[in-house]
Design a protein around this ligand. Structure first.
Ligand code: FCB
Length: 449
């Protein structure tokens, strides 16, 4: 094996999780149901008909999990706060829920691990979906800002870095157009309206946080698309551009006070919704950082079915004979990390970047000699080599969070896809670090400090 590259001494090594995917404790401490609890309860939505009621039971085992992180060498931890745990239906603070996060933050502090919190990782309070049509209602963005202010007041003294949203494309488009995520709608204009309200929530959230505290680094986590055209033919090239516009321009443009591309405005036009002109200015709050999640690239072709025509593109599934895939079927394409960041930097004036998620589904079981997750090992090694090269050539990436610390509830895939560097036996909740965790530990500990 070749030598593992050196990263700058200040480079931050972390692991990432999200509340709904690991916490469980769904009925404890006054926690309210989220749209994901309701989505899981609908037959046929989740591949293994599972839910997040127990998940990794992190709600009860967080001390063990923090000790594990520390043991594996992680000095940074990205997690999300469950809105449903800390805010009651009347908008007041839920002290019991806040106490959970205080205890978690204390445990991290004791182990010298810096927290990096995300306020919204898809688990919208269900009552806001019912009363307000969730992200289709402007009011939800205002309620998000109230929630952000509450967290700033209650937990802000312990949080140095906070992101408003995780991957709003997924909430908007997987949730309202493709329909495979909560709330499970299939209506293209609704997806665009949800995208707008999510970005408005981001802007209002940053304003609200900054009104409470000025010492937090604030940003957002996006999952930009790197989309190649299936062929040189013009319709395929146009399809690839349409996919990138939906995934990138709809979210990056508002951050920098730019209107959506005309193609997107046309799609929302039919809704007849009023998007006040000042919204754009609200979305474009100063950013201290941007988090980018990168897993794979996609390949687009000219649309064929009516739904695809509406979107302007269709995706071509990767061919397992031609390219290497992870167990979830995503192409392993480490060069994409550089390509997508260079492309984004050529389009928008990005602030410093953190890779807030990167990792692989590798479902290798635990045997007597542990878990030899070779796909993940290969994936992490090739992506980190790529990242080291990029940093050496001057791209400003300040840290890397592997997705994920633990195997967990992988949304519509339920527990069928394992992304953890630590294996979780869901029957016993036993944690077993995989070969990839030990390898990462070795690399992190051998870096210059
Ligand atoms: C990302 C999500 C994260 C996890 C990974 C595999 O899109 O942010 O919660 O599901 O994919």
């Amino acid at each position: 094996m070749t030598d593992f590259p050196r990263f700058p001494p200040s480079f931050e090594w972390g692991c990432a999780t999200a509340a709904f995917q690991i916490e469980g404790g769904a009925l404890e401490g006054g926690k309210l149901p989220s749209i994901w609890d309701e989505f899981c309860a609908q037959p046929g939505r989740i591949k293994d008909a599972s839910d997040g009621l127990v998940a990794c039971d992190h709600f009860h085992r967080f001390r063990e999990d923090v000790a594990l992180m520390a043991d594996l060498g992680f000095r940074h931890y990205r997690f999300s706060i469950a809105w449903t745990r800390v805010v009651r239906e009347d908008g007041c603070a839920n002290p019991e829920g806040l106490d959970f996060y205080r205890r978690l933050l204390d445990a991290l502090h004791e182990k010298g691990i810096t927290p990096n919190a995300t306020l919204y990782h898809w688990d919208l309070p269900a009552h806001l979906q019912h009363a307000n049509r969730g992200w289709l209602g402007r009011e939800t963005a205002i309620r998000f800002a109230d929630y952000a202010a509450l967290v700033a007041r209650e937990l802000g003294d312990r949080l140095q870095r906070v992101a408003t949203l995780n991957e709003p494309w997924c909430s908007a488009f997987l949730g309202h157009d493709i329909g495979v995520f909560a709330p499970g709608l299939q209506d293209r204009p609704s997806a665009l309206l949800a995208a707008h309200h999510l970005m408005l929530a981001h802007g209002l959230g940053l304003q609200a946080w900054r009104a409470e505290r000025s010492d937090t680094q604030l940003g957002i986590v996006l999952n930009p698309e790197l989309c190649d055209a299936f062929s040189d033919a013009k319709p395929d090239a146009m399809a690839a551009r349409m996919a990138e516009m939906e995934r990138n321009d709809v979210f990056f443009n508002p951050l920098f006070n730019r209107e959506w591309p005309a193609e997107m405005l046309e799609q929302i036009g039919e809704l007849g919704v009023h998007r006040p002109a000042e919204d754009l200015r609200i979305c474009a709050q100063p950013l201290d950082f941007i988090g980018l999640n990168y897993y794979t690239r996609s390949v687009a072709q000219a649309p064929q079915t009516p739904a695809e025509l509406c979107r302007g593109y269709r995706f071509v599934s990767p061919d397992a004979k031609a390219v290497a895939l992870t167990d979830i079927g995503w192409e392993i394409h480490p060069q994409g990390l550089r390509r997508v960041i260079e492309k984004l930097q050529s389009q928008w004036p990005l602030p410093p970047i953190w890779i807030t998620e990167n990792g692989a589904a590798d479902n290798t079981p635990v045997g007597e000699r542990g878990c030899d997750d070779v796909i993940r090992l290969h994936y992490l090694r090739t992506h980190l080599e790529q990242l080291a090269d990029m940093i050496a050539s001057g791209i400003d990436v300040r840290g890397y969070y592997v997705w994920s610390l633990l195997d967990n509830f992988e949304w519509a895939h339920g527990y069928t896809q394992r992304f953890g560097v630590v294996h979780v036996d869901y029957a016993t909740q036993k944690r077993t670090p995989k070969a990839s965790a030990r390898w990462l530990q070795q690399q992190i500990l051998s870096q210059p400090t």
